[in-house]
Design a protein around this ligand. Structure first.
Ligand code: ADP
Ligand code: MG
Ligand code: ZN
Length: 489
């Protein structure tokens, strides 16, 4: 049977605010010792009252705008009730029927084809505490609760069931990830769990207008895991339908080391959350002027930036794509060019080459990111300048970059200290050429006998005599000149 895949994603994004969603505790929960960033509000003690974090609301609206959503003037918080040891109050403050942002879309690109994926809503809620399950050998197991994460702001982005393949789901996720990074609203690190995705997936006979029964897959902590989990689910569901069975609506967990999904909770055990308006918080009125102000401050996103790199800096599409894929990389690139603004377009391609070539290679080898390397934008600009001015050959520049990478010294200083400067003084090169010719009478004879490649051999000898520092085109010119003089003598 030929099936069509239907996917909708729910993405939870931890917001980079200083304080928690409804209290003044620091939102940073990872670096702090367990249960130190805690107060009566996020502990859920009776008699406390929540206060809305303005910055979290602002980040959510901004994200909604970046996702082409409408921002209704009226929004509110609701209580989502369920008992769990990591939920301190026994309910989570979330948003139910009136979220901060609705009805948007996100453009994705798969194999050169652009599609809009609907974004149903972006809402704001609070995260739960963290449980650590301990199982001592022989003894009874127990669980530890760390309340630091309780009450940290969490934004949820819910897509429409618009994706039709795991490839589209992956493109949606990476695009959304890039947007929140460009906005600076989240660290958005999947491994660390501050960008989490639940994937809803169903299949239906191709041509059918009704959706099939979906399963919801959780626990993926990389883009790759989401992709693999979806591929696995699509196949599993197809096998069930092919065998005449029915798909059960349930929550399934991705088991990374076995690369399978397993049933976690079927619909019979689905929560009845008994949502009701949060009585401790006033409704939220979002002034249109505030929304317009936030809209006017939206940054340039990866796609626009990529287009600009191609159009105004003349970069090849592939380079522009690689650079803008990671905001930090693109920032570094622009900082490097900004050091000599009038040289920006002519040097753009060279700077990109060094970044994506040798510098990336060195960073990969040492496990450093662009934020950690000791080669600063001003160092890289200097290096490219030294090549431009003829002081360094490309080969020499590679050596200088390696040394700059290890020592953190500026390239100019390295060149000076090590005497790496390219020799462009023709009298020095001239002496070396004379010497090479004198030392290699056989090569001269071959050349005069018609063997052109003998000139290349002599050029190589001159480079050796000058430890690779002679300016190659100058050497070539002088070798040719001297050989022709010998011919006419
Ligand atoms: P819930 O609140 O139970 O999680 P929602 O209706 O809010 O359910 O949908 C959650 C997600 O599931 C959304 O991203 C939506 O696009 C997706 N979804 C809904 N129905 C289907 C389906 N039949 N197949 C795949 N995804 C679906
Ligand atoms: Mg869901
Ligand atoms: Zn608190």
């Amino acid at each position: 049977m030929d099936y069509e895949t239907v996917i909708g994603l729910e993405v939870h994004v931890q917001l980079l605010t200083n304080s928690k969603m409804f209290c003044g505790c620091p939102a940073q929960y990872q670096a702090a010792a367990p249960n130190t960033n805690v107060c009566p509000v996020c502990l859920g003690l009776p008699g406390t009252l929540p206060v809305i974090n303005r910055r979290a609301v602002e980040y959510t609206i901004t994200t909604g705008l970046a996702l082409n959503c409408r921002i209704p003037e009226f929004s509110k918080f609701d209580r989502k009730n369920y008992p769990y040891p990591d939920l301190m109050k026994g309910y989570q403050i979330s948003q139910y029927d009136l979220p901060l942002a609705i009805n948007g879309w996100l453009e994705i690109e798969v194999e050169g084809r652009r599609t809009h994926i609907g974004v149903d809503r972006v809402h704001l809620e609070e995260d739960v505490a963290k449980l650590q399950h301990v199982q001592p050998a022989g003894g009874p197991g127990y669980s530890l609760v760390d309340v630091n994460r309780s009450g940290t702001p969490l934004m949820e982005v819910v897509s429409a069931p618009d994706m039709r393949s795991p490839e589209e789901a992956r493109a949606y996720l990476t695009t959304l990830h890039s947007i929140v990074q460009y906005l600076g609203v989240s660290a958005a690190n999947m491994q660390e769990g501050n960008f989490r995705c639940d994937a809803n997936v169903s299949i239906r006979p191709r041509g059918s207008s009704e959706f099939g029964t979906r399963t919801e897959v959780k626990n993926m902590n990389s883009f790759r895991a989401v992709f693999m989990a979806l591929e696995y689910e699509v196949e599993r569901q197809a096998r069930i339908l092919d065998d005449g069975g029915t798909v059960v609506q349930e929550t399934r967990g991705w088991v990374d080391d076995r690369a399978v999904t397993v049933s976690q909770r079927s619909k019979e055990y689905a929560h009845d959350y008994r949502y009701f308006p949060e009585p401790d918080l006033p409704p939220l009125v979002v002034a249109p002027e505030w929304v317009e102000d936030l809209r006017s401050r939206l940054p340039e996103f990866a796609t626009q930036r990529r287009n600009r790199f191609v159009e105004t800096l003349g970069l090849p599409e592939a380079d522009a794509l690689q650079l803008t894929d990671d905001k930090a990389l693109a920032d570094y690139f622009e900082e490097t060019l900004a050091i000599k603004p009038d040289m920006a377009p002519p040097q753009a391609k060279n700077v990109a080459n060094w970044m994506l070539g040798d510098l990336s290679r060195l960073m990969n080898l040492s496990g450093q990111g662009i934020g950690e390397t000791r080669v600063t934008p001003s160092h890289l600009s200097e290096l490219v300048g030294l090549i431009d001015s003829g002081t360094l050959s490309v080969t020499m520049a590679k050596t200088v970059l390696e040394e700059a990478f290890d020592s953190g010294d500026p390239p100019g200083k390295i060149v000076e200290a090590r005497g790496y400067a390219q020799i462009s003084d023709s009298s020095v090169v001239d002496t070396a050429v004379s010497q090479a010719i004198e030392n290699n009478p056989k090569a001269v004879e071959d050349y005069l006998g018609g063997k052109e490649s003998a000139a290349g051999f002599l050029v190589g000898q001159v480079m050796r005599l000058t430890r690779g520092q002679a300016k190659p085109d100058l050497v070539q010119q002088l070798v040719k000149e001297k050989l022709e003089t010998a011919r006419n003598a």
